[in-house]
Design a protein around this ligand. Structure first.
Ligand SMILES: Cc1ncc(COP(=O)(O)O)c(C=O)c1O
Length: 387
């Protein structure tokens, strides 16, 4: 790139992004079902995280309400909070955000005189819960956005990383009213170090985001953009994604299998295999604290992210997020054994607290898939109980 495009790659570039890269992105989006994207509906960002920040700067004023998943991506909570937004959580189940509860919350908010500005969703293999928003819910979400005059921020960094099941249309591709701001990134399909993402939105929205970006960083790194452009132009991305998918699918299988082997069913620890993405979302019995488990796990030299960090209302103390993309298969198998040791040690603690709160159902082997949300005191309904 430096040899052939050095003059461009080492200069400032347009705030909306390199024209050649935008054309490659439009092709990528077309292959994904979002057709007819002119350059006025696209812009490059310094990662999706910048897009979250720009959306917050442009659309949110202090005190504005934002609806988001319970749990949802921590970095989005940070961006919305930095703009002074008030966050209202909507629970998830195995089909993603509960759109019926979203509607109820909107009605309640409207009754109390609050008009939320936007809904934030990670529809594909959500970070952190791994769940995917069902097709009907995607169309229902758009209908609700219309009824309540909301913008939908669709953040989908994991969309191309599907290991099982059928691809679903993006919410942006179903949108006919220009209500959806689609956020995408090269971080999970090429390299997070490039800090390259892009936004798909109505031309008016893109224009406002571009003005905000001018004040933030003038433009995204030209060197990174030309690197990505050439990678795409020479047709390397598809094979790269294929390779990545095969590797992560293998790691998911290895990790989920190792956890199933290592964890005793009577412990009542639950997770379900996601159809894609990077994370296993785990629910411990209600009496257990993921924070406390982390102390035990760190002694075993293994770490995870506590689930409460992803809950805007501070709930989820018994949940945790495990990543399976970064460690090797061997490390994942070892991590499962160490986590099981940490859990076994923790189970010997605070028997009184446990006796008070432990649901009786977890004494029963978890094989039938019958255990409900209430029985396991989850904030995420996992019908397909694995362990
Ligand atoms: C849902 C979600 N959105 C945005 C981001 C930020 O990605 P980027 O590296 O493109 O800034 C992440 C990163 O993990 C993410 O999971």
């Amino acid at each position: 790139v430096l040899g052939e495009h050095g003059a461009l790659a080492l200069q400032y570039g347009p705030t909306e992004g390199d024209a050649g890269l935008l054309a490659e992105i439009a092709r990528l989006m077309e292959a994904d079902g979002t057709v007819g994207l002119g350059p006025d509906r696209l812009m490059v960002t310094s990662g999706s995280q910048q897009a979250l920040d720009l959306v917050s700067r442009v659309f949110l004023a202090p005190g504005d309400a934002v609806l988001c998943g319970l749990p949802t991506y921590l970095g989005a909570l940070g961006a919305f909070s930095a703009a002074g937004a008030r966050l209202a959580g909507v629970p998830l189940d195995e089909h993603g955000l509960r759109i019926d509860i979203l509607e109820q919350r909107l009605v309640e908010l409207r009754r109390s005189g609050v008009r939320p500005k936007l809904v934030y969703v990670v529809p594909d293999f959500q970070n952190p819960a791994g769940v995917t928003l069902g097709l009907e819910r995607r169309t229902d979400l758009l209908q609700i956005a219309r009824d309540f005059e909301l913008l939908v921020v669709e953040d989908s960094p994991y969309r191309a990383l599907r290991y099982a099941g059928q691809a679903l249309p993006s919410v942006a591709s179903l949108d006919r009213e220009g209500r959806v701001i689609g956020l995408y990134t090269f971080s999970k399909i090429l390299s997070p170090g490039l800090r390259l993402g892009w936004v798909v939105a109505d031309p008016e929205i893109v224009a406002r985001l571009v003005v905000a970006k001018q004040a933030v960083d003038l433009c995204t790194s030209s060197l990174a953009q030309v690197l990505a452009r050439e990678f795409l132009r020479t047709g390397r991305l598809e094979a790269w994604i294929e390779r990545t998918r095969a590797l992560y699918a293998l790691k998911l299988e290895a990790f989920a299998g190792a956890l199933e082997d290592a964890l005793e069913p009577s412990w009542g620890v639950c997770f379900r295999r996601p159809e894609g993405g990077l994370f296993l979302w785990v629910a411990l019995p209600a009496w257990m604290s993921a924070r406390r488990l982390l102390d035990h796990a760190l002694r075993e030299n293994v770490a995870f992210v506590c689930g409460s960090a992803f809950h805007c209302d501070g709930s989820g103390a018994n949940t945790l997020r495990l990543n399976f993309s970064y460690p090797s298969v061997e490390q994942l198998r070892e991590a499962a054994r160490r986590l099981a040791r940490a859990l076994a040690r923790m189970r010997t603690e605070v028997p009184a607290a446990r006796a008070q709160t432990e649901p009786r159902s977890i004494e029963v082997p978890l094989a039938s898939g019958e255990h409900s949300l209430d029985q396991l005191s989850w904030n995420l309904a996992l019908t397909e109980v694995v362990v």
